[in-house]
Design a protein around this ligand. Structure first.
Ligand code: A2P
Length: 341
């Protein structure tokens, strides 16, 4: 892959949505991974323009995205909602900046690359023309990281996935909503439902994003279509996406049917050798991945790997990752790293 951005000691990086749940972690990860930043520009709506965010020990003043002139910015990481991306990403791209967009706005656009660096880095080539690169849905990212090494060994025919998704996937107001509802219920106070579609404290809600005419939700549709686009394959996927009262870390029960024999032992070896995956799978020691431990880490954790006795050539996997890191901010920064490599 020839380089996208001319080799420099440092790049001017903008983060749109810098005050949000994902944007803040984008700043942390740029710093943690020593991304070569010469200037960091935090952007948000007019509501938080003038507030401050921390980057490399400095307090930076948040600017209003709407008023901001992107001339001279090399890379912009967007995590400020789909409407904001539709309105502003083209303006940044036209100014010569590469936009890595965490919203769903551009993901299924046929000219836009949808990239998970461990899975399809080659797709980034598409971004040379339009300079917009989409970061996939959080649940899709962790699943395709786990599927890729298996699919490379024996092509996958079908995937059935059920998710157990943390509230942080719905942003900082949803995190606050779970905390407030939990506190209020424990104190015998009235509970309000505001951000998520139903009470999330002490509950499980099989409804993420809006319902479509076919009975699936848009979150489920995203997992189906994005998996096929990223893996460049007609893999059949069906999904049930569910919100659970967990702050950070999505979990997924994934049932995979292969086009030829594959067994749990072989799958465990393939997964253990793959980039970005940590296998924790010890039934005897009662050890398996959980969001409690995966939160704050970078890996996609896989466990409960077992043959599906009910169906030929099929396996079960349990896949857990920090949805805000690998599911969003980390994946976006990894894409930025490919641009400057
Ligand atoms: P703001 O703090 O000004 O509302 P989260 O996903 O945690 O809810 O965060 C959403 C992020 O997107 C926040 O940083 C928020 O900024 C930003 N944002 C939301 N709407 C806009 C907009 N119209 N223009 C720019 N940034 C926006």
């Amino acid at each position: 892959m020839s380089e996208f951005l001319s080799n420099k000691d440092g790049y001017r990086v903008a983060v749109a949505g810098a005050t949000g749940a994902v944007g803040q972690v984008m700043l942390e990860i740029l710093e943690e991974r020593k991304f070569p930043v010469s200037e960091l520009v935090p952007l948000a709506s007019h509501r938080s323009a003038g507030s401050r965010v921390k980057f490399k020990g400095e307090e930076l003043v948040v600017q209003d995205l709407e008023q901001f002139d992107p001339a001279g910015i090399d890379i912009a990481l967007f995590s400020a909602g789909g409407g904001t991306s539709l309105d502003h990403a083209p303006r940044f791209a036209e100014a010569g900046c590469y936009v890595i967009d965490n919203s769903s706005a551009w993901r299924m656009h046929e000219d836009v690359a949808l990239v998970v660096p461990e899975v399809n880095p080659e797709a980034l080539e598409m971004a040379r023309h339009n300079r917009i690169i989409a970061n996939p849905n959080c649940s899709t990212i962790q699943m395709v990281v786990a599927l890729k090494p298996l699919h490379d060994a024996v092509p996958i025919k079908r995937v059935v996935v059920s998710t157990y998704q943390a509230v942080s996937g719905a942003g900082s107001r949803a995190i606050e909503e779970l905390a407030t509802q939990t506190r209020n219920l424990l104190n015998g106070k009235e509970v309000k439902v505001d951000v998520l579609p139903a009470r999330i404290a002490f509950n499980v809600v099989p409804h993420i994003d809006v319902f479509l005419d076919d009975g699936y939700t848009r979150e489920e549709q995203k997992m189906i279509l994005e998996t096929q686009k990223i893996m460049n394959s007609g893999i059949l996927v069906t999904a049930t996406t569910v919100r659970v009262p967990v702050f950070y870390g999505h979990s997924e029960a994934v049932n995979v049917t292969f086009s030829a024999p594959m067994n749990a032992e072989h799958a465990r070896d393939l997964l253990a050798a793959a980039d970005g995956i940590a296998v924790v799978d010890d039934p005897a020691g009662e050890d398996y991945p959980m969001p409690m431990e995966a939160g704050g880490t970078d890996a996609v954790w896989v466990g409960r790997i077992r043959d599906d006795a009910s169906c030929a050539n099929s396996l079960h996997l349990w896949v857990v990752a920090d949805n805000v890191r690998k599911g969003a901010a980390l994946n976006a920064v990894q894409i930025a790293e490919l641009l400057v490599r």
